[in-house]
Design a protein around this ligand. Structure first.
Ligand code: UT7
Length: 334
């Protein structure tokens, strides 16, 4: 069957200028650099100036992707934004970005799949290319995690950072582009990583704010074990059903939540360490932005070349699990 595959033809990133180091966190919460480094691998994270919404950093990443490709925003057909920190509950952040970019013919929507959001959005965008409905789809992963972090809770506030990443999807040729994906949801995980307040279950009141329900809550150890198991299991199942072995993977881009999760999952998969992309030490966990940022790191470090077989994987709140295989076609990267 002759199927059009979506390929990534550009990428843009936005990392806020302000950097919060582990030493900065030591001053505001009972933590220390040694704990954060050894338990998570994180050394610093970027954070927006308070009051900067997700749409601002997302639009910057998108504009960089468009500029790199040399096309106008008016050529974009569709904008899909993965985020758990939308500017507002509605309208969708995609609409605000459409206006900021002046992407005059684009439609768009947001998806909420936390750390798996980018992979879900990527594979969704790819379907519009595969069907022939669209030729240019902008997929953005962006989160201002600092807006939902409780900086008195050392078990969560040290983990996350703010950032945005955007890719452009266009029709590929031959075997290049997105080959396959395997996504799962295990909704029984909803109580291990969540933000209880602000939605229809617990609409905002003085009481919900007093109880700090508008901040992230996580049972880290449970999420950790689930993540290691599912990263490896889902990626292996995806490879198996494509008749591939781990040796054939040239580059592994996983969601960056904890360097120990990435290492343990890579080891289970039997992946050569040189093929595993890590940048969590610089950025922390930026939720929907980690995968496009890590693709950028792979390109910076020349670990992702045209013709390479790329495996991407994520686990996030929900629980949501994602895995995708891509034959990288490449584009100018400076
Ligand atoms: O991206 C979405 C998915 N999220 C994840 O994948 C996160 C998965 N979980 C993790 O990465 C890890 O579980 C954490 C990094 C969150 C925690 O690491 P851990 O090794 O599982 O530590 P723990 O929660 O079992 O806590 C161990 C100790 C506790 O002290 P006690 O009870 O043993 O005295 C914590 O209170 O470490 C303490 N602790 C800290 N100490 C200093 C927890 N956070 C901190 C901190 N600084 N920031």
């Amino acid at each position: 069957m002759n199927k059009t595959r979506a390929r990534i033809t550009s990428l843009g990133r936005c990392l806020p200028e302000r950097i919060m180091t582990n030493a900065d966190l030591e001053k505001i919460v009972d933590t220390n650099d040694e704990w954060i480094r050894t338990r998570t691998g994180i050394e610093q994270r970027h954070v927006v100036e308070p009051g900067t919404p997700t749409s601002v950093i997302a639009a910057r990443a998108a504009a960089e992707a468009l500029e790199r490709r040399g096309i106008a925003a008016s050529e974009i057909d569709l904008i899909i934004v993965a985020t758990v920190t939308p500017d507002m509950l509605f309208p969708a952040t995609a609409c605000i970005i459409q206006d900021k970019l002046k992407a005059t013919k684009a439609w768009g929507f947001d998806i909420s799949a936390a750390c798996s959001g980018f992979l879900y959005a990527l594979t969704m965008g790819a379907q519009f290319i595969a069907s022939g409905a669209h030729k240019k789809v902008l997929v953005i992963g962006a989160d201002v995690m600092s807006s939902i972090l409780d900086y008195t809770d050392r078990t969560t506030c040290v983990l996350f950072g703010d950032a945005a990443g955007a890719v452009l999807l266009e029709p590929g040729e031959g075997d290049e582009g997105l080959l396959d994906f395997l996504h799962e949801v295990d909704g029984s995980g909803a109580n291990y990583l969540y933000m209880p307040g602000g939605g229809s279950l617990n609409p905002p009141t003085h009481e919900t704010v007093d109880k700090r329900m508008h901040f992230i809550r996580q049972e880290g150890a449970h999420v950790f074990k689930y993540a290691v198991r599912k990263f490896a299991e889902t990626s292996k199942n995806l490879l198996d059903r494509n008749g591939l072995t781990t040796d054939q993977i040239d580059c592994f881009v996983a969601h960056q939540a904890n360097v120990r999760i990435i290492d343990a999952a890579s080891e289970r998969l039997g992946l050569d360490e040189a093929k595993v992309i890590k940048n969590i030490h610089r950025y922390g966990n930026t939720t929907a932005a980690t995968i496009p940022l890590a693709l950028g790191t792979a390109l910076d470090e020349k670990k992702l070349k045209p013709g390479d077989l790329l495996l991407m994987a994520s686990v996030g709140a929900g629980f949501t699990v994602g895995s995708a295989l891509c034959r990288w076609s490449g584009f100018d990267w400076k």
